[in-house]
Design a binder for this molecule. Structure first.
Ligand code: UT7
Length: 332
């Protein structure tokens, strides 16, 4: 039997491209208003890549900075996992592209598709690799260029998403060091049609027809996803906390996937969390899919809200549906 080793986050960084698309900019593209977007979602602006820039390009600076903080060289990385819905290409994987760019000559790895739970699921996979001894250090990335699959003529989706990336390095924790504690995840494939990109896969390969019908863009039944996200974020959080005899009162910080301010606040209320323990930064980035949680962790740390030893809960709900939660003690 494999003895599992304790695992910690030894480096964290996030990156967004410089170009900002504000609500006022979007008002010029579709029939919407800054007031509607702010009230219904909490989003003010999002960052968008320039043409030609792909997911690995925004993941690269985050990955490099996370490795630098961890004090390791690319050769020390044994495993790379990239949570993404917008890989540079369907194949080869963005993990391979990133491996070559950073020169991680001893790494293997792959992309992981879990939509907005991309980071929580990738973190769990990287964690198991280091815990089992399969790798000494793992590079875990959550990154998406959502602007590549957003229909900027569809007001129900184009106001929601932005581009962004984050990365952590995972390493073995010393006996008394803060570490990743536990996770609870679920998938429910019945939710598939509520949030999807209908074409471009093996079911509906790209054709003139799929392009004419705008099927290579994100389609969402907003209210269905909203209700599921509110219910499941609360449920998964309570399940994981209760397993450890904890309640919201024990947490130092709650870092949710950033899709909608109302979803995060409803979940925080369900867990009984004081507002000051809840990280909300979607105002500046929108929903960056797999990028949201590392972006929120990086912002919370920069603001002095996330400190070494803090007990932190992460949760995510995404297309699939995918549901994720991770409990950890912050180690940086
Ligand atoms: O990260 C992955 C998971 N995704 C999510 O968690 C997103 C979950 N869903 C949501 O966040 C919300 O459902 C939305 C923000 C997408 C929509 O908010 P809502 O309160 O559920 O609005 P709705 O979809 O029920 O639409 C209400 C009205 C509709 O008009 P009618 O039919 O009532 O006349 C929409 O046509 O708002 C209209 N609408 C808009 N109006 C102005 C939809 N989008 C817009 C818009 N600007 N951008």
């Amino acid at each position: 039997m494999v003895t599992m080793r304790p695992v910690k986050i030894s480096g964290l960084s996030a990156f967004v491209p410089p170009h900002v698309l504000t609500n006022e900019d979007i008002e010029k593209l579709v029939d919407t208003s800054n007031d509607w977007i702010l009230q219904r979602t909490g989003i003010r602006e999002r960052h968008i890549v320039d043409p030609g820039m792909a997911t690995s390009d925004i993941a690269l600076p985050a990955a490099r900075a996370a490795m630098e903080e961890a004090g390791i060289t690319p050769d020390d990385i044994g495993f790379i996992v990239v949570g993404t819905t917008t890989p540079d290409t369907i194949f080869p994987s963005t993990a391979c592209v990133l491996q070559a760019k950073i020169g991680a000559s001893n790494a293997w790895g792959f992309d992981l598709g879990a939509a907005c739970s991309g980071f929580t699921y990738a973190l769990t996979v990287g964690w198991q690799m280091v815990a089992s001894g399969a790798a000494e250090h793992a590079l875990v990335v959550g990154a998406d260029v959502m602007s590549s699959i957003i229909d900027y003529t569809d007001r129900s989706t184009c106001v929601l998403f932005g581009d962004g990336a984050g990365a952590v390095v995972l390493s073995v924790a010393g006996p008394d060091e803060a570490r990743l504690i536990d996770f609870a995840h679920e998938i429910d494939g019945h939710g598939g049609p509520a949030l999807c990109m209908p074409a471009g896969g093996s079911r509906r390969p790209a054709s003139h027809e799929t392009i004419d019908q705008r099927m290579h863009f994100v389609k969402q039944e907003g209210a269905t996803v909203f209700k599921f996200a509110v219910r499941k974020s609360g449920e998964i959080a309570v399940r994981l906390l209760s397993k450890h005899g904890l309640t919201g009162a024990d947490l130092s910080l709650y870092v949710s996937h950033q899709a909608n301010r109302r979803i995060i606040e409803a979940t925080a209320e369900r867990i009984g969390l004081a507002p000051e323990k809840v990280v909300i930064n979607l105002e500046r980035y929108g929903n960056t899919t797999a990028g949201t949680i590392p972006l929120a962790l990086a912002d919370a740390r920069a603001d002095g809200r996330l400190k070494k030893g803090d007990l932190v809960l992460l949760t995510s709900v995404g297309a699939g549906f995918t549901v994720g939660s991770i409990l950890l003690r912050w180690s940086l």
